[in-house]
Ligand binder design. Structure first.
Ligand code: ADQ
Length: 457
């Protein structure tokens, strides 16, 4: 079988355990099976003028190929265009987007430089799988260098409606480069439709004669490949003796209802709205006050960006205000933890919580929703409350689906979840568990790679 070359902004650690999550779990086996290469940014930031050498390291039978970024590249390519322009726009937050021409240029240049380094590593029949919004134009840059290999792209975040994406200056250039791929994968049918609508409405993209990337041989396949998790690996972390001990600790004293949220501290995750919804729950259902606790685990990310430091301050104020207004000497309603937590601890916390609160304002998929389901006991499962704006909502229809902007609705959903009969909880959970098993991470990987390799053989 042809060798797999994975390209992503950050590369994973192939020596980490298979339970580490992220792309390592998702792609590890496919890379190991065929002596693959994983190419991307090393995470290092070096001074301008430092030769941008390629660092090659063998981890088992996988080659890890990385390059550093200069300080300027980090500021403009990573923080600037990727995370101050594309991330907010793709999550429908035009109000937070900052379009800076220098950042856009550097984004292009980093993609060009990375493509040149990667081209030198490619063998004729390698298949290349590029990931996410940092690297959209990479295939176009590879094509310019004469690379004719099969190249696929998967977008982990939403592809927004054309009315939104056309706000990005030079969006035609950016989206045009997606036509240099053989396969473009999205999380949901909605994303596929949005891409189709954009293509229809933007004539330049649709004219094959004017499109240098489209040839009779290269037809673009656009499809939805919903990402999943390794259900058994996650479930097994939730059922260890250590997990049982943690769970006992969660529901102590008067606490019979434990509500959990786990998200990177990102404005797309709807955390302030979630805190306001929990406050509404305490106002609307005073009987549940002393028996219910909400734990929110939200590790910091992208802290250099103002939008992220602002949301941190906002959450600290909101949790402080709720605890001040409602808390008592023997009860703290909100437990807010601003750091990363080992995955086995997360699994135990999920299993010990009656309600999983996953209420992003926009999310490509949201794996926490699937992890919460995987961690539950089948005999006595908790209830998932899920935002209609998470990609996961397309599949996980037996969750309580909510509008995260509507605090009263989310508050009522928390109440419905903690008062739901065991029979209904089991029915919903069985259906959800079946769904996440059908569409697990192995299926995501194999279906994408089958399509990518389809005409390569
Ligand atoms: P993210 O925005 O990072 O991913 P998500 O899908 O929820 O969102 O994945 C987060 C992962 O990080 C989960 O595995 C979760 O358990 C873990 N995590 C979160 N908080 C943690 C904490 N405090 N400590 C340890 N681990 C924590 C992007 C897109 C999503 C898409 C994924 C995969 O934004 O929509 O589902 O990629 O494609």
């Amino acid at each position: 079988m042809s060798r797999l070359v994975v390209v992503s902004n950050r590369v994973g650690d192939m020596t980490a355990s298979t339970q580490s999550g992220g792309l390592v779990t998702a792609l590890g086996d496919a890379l190991r099976d065929g002596n693959g290469i994983w190419f991307g940014w090393s995470g290092e930031v070096v001074e301008e003028g430092t030769p941008a050498g390629l660092n090659l390291e063998r981890q088992g039978n996988v080659t890890i190929a990385t390059q550093p970024l200069t300080g300027e590249e980090y500021d403009h390519y990573y923080l600037g265009f990727s995370n101050r322009a594309l991330w907010p726009v793709f999550h429908y937050r035009l109000d937070l987007a900052d379009f800076d021409a220098e950042a856009a240029n550097t984004y292009h240049n980093v993609n060009t430089r990375m493509a040149k380094s990667l081209a030198g590593l490619l063998a004729e029949d390698d298949v290349v799988w590029i990931h996410d919004y940092h690297l959209i134009p990479m295939a176009a840059e590879l094509r310019k260098l004469g690379v004719e290999n099969r190249i696929g792209f998967f977008l982990h975040i939403p592809f927004p409606a054309p009315e939104i994406i056309t706000a990005v200056p030079h969006h035609e250039w950016l989206i045009d480069t997606m036509f240099a791929y053989d396969v473009v994968g999205f999380q949901t049918e909605q994303d596929v439709q949005n891409f189709g609508r954009y293509a229809e409405q933007t004539a330049a993209v649709m004219t094959p004669e004017t499109h240098p990337f489209r040839t009779a041989q290269r037809k673009l396949k656009v499809k939805c490949y919903p990402i999943g998790i390794d259900v058994d690996a996650f479930a097994s972390m939730a059922t260890t003796p250590e997990a049982a001990e943690r769970i006992r600790h969660l529901r102590r004293g008067t606490i019979s209802h434990h509500v959990i949220g786990v998200d990177r501290l990102d404005y797309s995750k709807g955390l302030p709205d979630r805190f306001r919804s929990f406050r509404r729950f305490l106002e609307m259902f005073p009987d549940h006050r002393k028996t219910t606790v909400m734990m929110q685990i939200a590790p910091p990310t992208r802290e250099e960006l103002t939008a992220y430091s602002e949301i941190r301050t906002e959450l600290e104020q909101l949790s402080g205000a709720i605890n001040g207004a409602f808390g008592d000497f023997d009860w703290t309603p909100v437990r807010y933890i601003h750091r990363s937590v080992p995955r086995d601890v997360l699994a135990a916390l999920f299993r010990g919580s009656n309600v999983g609160l996953v209420t992003p304002l926009r999310d490509g998929m949201n794996l926490v929703a699937k992890e919460y389901i995987a961690a539950q006991s089948r005999q006595d499962p908790g209830v998932l409350v899920l935002s209609q704006f998470a990609g996961a909502a397309a599949d996980l229809t037996e969750a309580i689906i909510v509008n995260p902007y509507d605090a009263d609705e989310v508050a009522a959903a928390i109440h419905a979840a903690i008062t739901m009969s065991l029979e209904e909880r089991r029915e919903r959970h069985d259906a959800l568990l079946q769904r996440i098993r059908q569409r697990d991470v192995a299926r995501w990987r194999t279906s994408f790679l089958e399509d990518l390799r389809a005409e390569a053989a």
